[in-house]
Design a protein around this ligand. Structure first.
Ligand code: XBP
Ligand code: MG
Length: 231
């Protein structure tokens, strides 16, 4: 049987994008005196690129903005964004999605190991989990594979490969849980065939390649998940 669940974070454990990351990016733009503003529609387009720093660069390319010392500029701007995002998390403003806590409890009771594979920064993951209503929830996760610890972000397989290697497991031993096409491609490219996609408003129209099962939520007794694709 399966030995581990490897979770994506943004969009999967919680709806972090529209009211979380997006708002934090805009607060950072104001803080550093930029007149940029990412509304929900534009942000949906920018989500084509995973990773906050990568997303800023993608926006600058699209908008034809070129700067000296762009690398430092992007790093500093992203650090400001992360500060804003962390303070939102510490206020408990971003709850877990329906069914996530139930699944984590059931997996833990069944002796299934828990891990994360995400493009966001590790402190964002810990603060999200630890302010989600269950004190110390981040410590339930044996491995938090995150952000810049690998050279290539999703859809590259690197972060799932890294999570598997930290767990000491092969791709056949794990189930990946994702919300986006970039994430699904990443897990599949890492050789993980057992892939569950739980869509959200930003990702519902995406493709998900060969993902065997796509549902609208992890769900639970009160709000059962609906299968959208797959068997
Ligand atoms: C999530 C992301 C992240 C967040 C921002 O992708 O793309 O970029 O939007 O995170 P996934 P950072 O769910 O596929 O991992 O700004 O901390 O990079
Ligand atoms: Mg995601």
């Amino acid at each position: 049987g399966f030995k581990a669940l490897i979770f994506d974070v943004d969009g999967t454990l919680a709806d972090t994008e529209g009211d979380g990351h997006r708002v934090a990016f805009n607060a950072a733009f104001v803080e550093v005196g930029l007149d940029w503003h990412w509304d929900p529609v534009l942000y949906g387009e920018l989500l084509a690129v995973a990773g906050g720093k990568e997303r800023i660069r993608y926006y600058m390319d699209r908008a034809g903005i070129s700067l000296d010392a762009a690398e430092t500029f992007v790093a500093d701007l992203h650090a400001a964004k992360t500060r804003h995002y962390l303070s939102m998390l510490r206020e408990g403003r971003i709850p877990l999605r329906v069914g996530v806590m139930r699944l984590l409890r059931e997996a833990r009771e069944a002796g299934i190991r828990l891990a994360v594979a995400t493009t966001t920064t590790p402190e964002n993951v810990v603060e999200l989990l630890d302010h989600a209503g269950e004190p110390g929830l981040s410590s339930w996760f044996e491995v938090i594979a995150a952000g810049d610890q690998v050279p290539n972000k999703k859809p590259a397989p690197d972060i799932f490969v890294s999570a598997l290697s930290e767990l000491g497991l092969g791709p056949e031993d794990a189930v990946a849980i994702e919300d986006s096409d970039n994430g699904a491609q990443s897990a599949l490219a890492a050789g993980i065939r057992a892939l569950l996609v739980t869509v959200n408003d930003y990702t519902i129209g995406q493709d998900f390649g060969a993902a065997p099962l796509v549902v609208d939520a992890l769900g639970g007794p009160e709000q059962p998940a609906r299968a959208l694709v797959g068997e």
